[in-house]
Write a protein that binds this ligand. Structure first.
Ligand code: ADP
Ligand code: MG
Length: 144
């Protein structure tokens, strides 16, 4: 195992449910460290850029409307094997299929409003982290 960073987004549905603290508590309780975090309101254009890999999918319009419908909380999480560990903590895409103990089981509603995003690979993390965080904002890493 090696130390990795992954991008987390607390999506507008979870922010609307007052679950920012609840999600961050689950992240920290799982032993992942929050090394950068902020609230942002994504424009439709930013959401389309972030989810460009899904631009041909039938749900792309809905997804980018949803992601730009309210504020989100973006964070960089760090830890051993952080990418897979966070995916496991999130649970599957469809919240209705998420096992107990996962973030999506607790705070998600369905396949779209599923509370959180997490990078799915080192390659995704390497593009998703700088999408939201400048080098300046990431400077303090590894000093926690
Ligand atoms: P994940 O977030 O689990 O990596 P995907 O990358 O496949 O899932 O999809 C990105 C996001 O698009 C999902 O988190 C969800 O919000 C939305 N989504 C995925 N599949 C569907 C679908 N069939 N209908 C509506 N929205 C979807
Ligand atoms: Mg994905």
């Amino acid at each position: 195992m090696s130390t990795q960073q992954t991008l987390s987004i607390i999506k507008p549905d979870a922010v609307a449910k007052n679950a920012i603290g609840g999600v961050l508590h689950m992240i920290e309780s799982a032993g992942l460290r929050v090394v950068a975090t902020k609230m942002v309101a994504m424009s439709k254009f930013q959401a389309e850029g972030f989810y460009a890999v899904h631009s041909e999918r039938p749900f792309f319009g809905e997804l980018t409307d949803f992601m730009s419908s309210g504020c989100v909380v973006v964070s960089v999480l760090e830890g051993d094997n952080a990418i897979q560990r966070y995916r496991d903590l999130m649970g599957p895409t469809n919240s209705n299929e998420a096992p107990e103990g996962t973030i999506r089981a607790k705070y998600g509603t369905d396949i779209q409003a599923n509370a959180v995003h997490g990078s799915d690979s080192p390659e995704s993390a390497a593009t998703e982290i700088p999408f939201f965080f400048s080098a300046h904002e990431l400077r303090g890493l590894n000093h926690g």
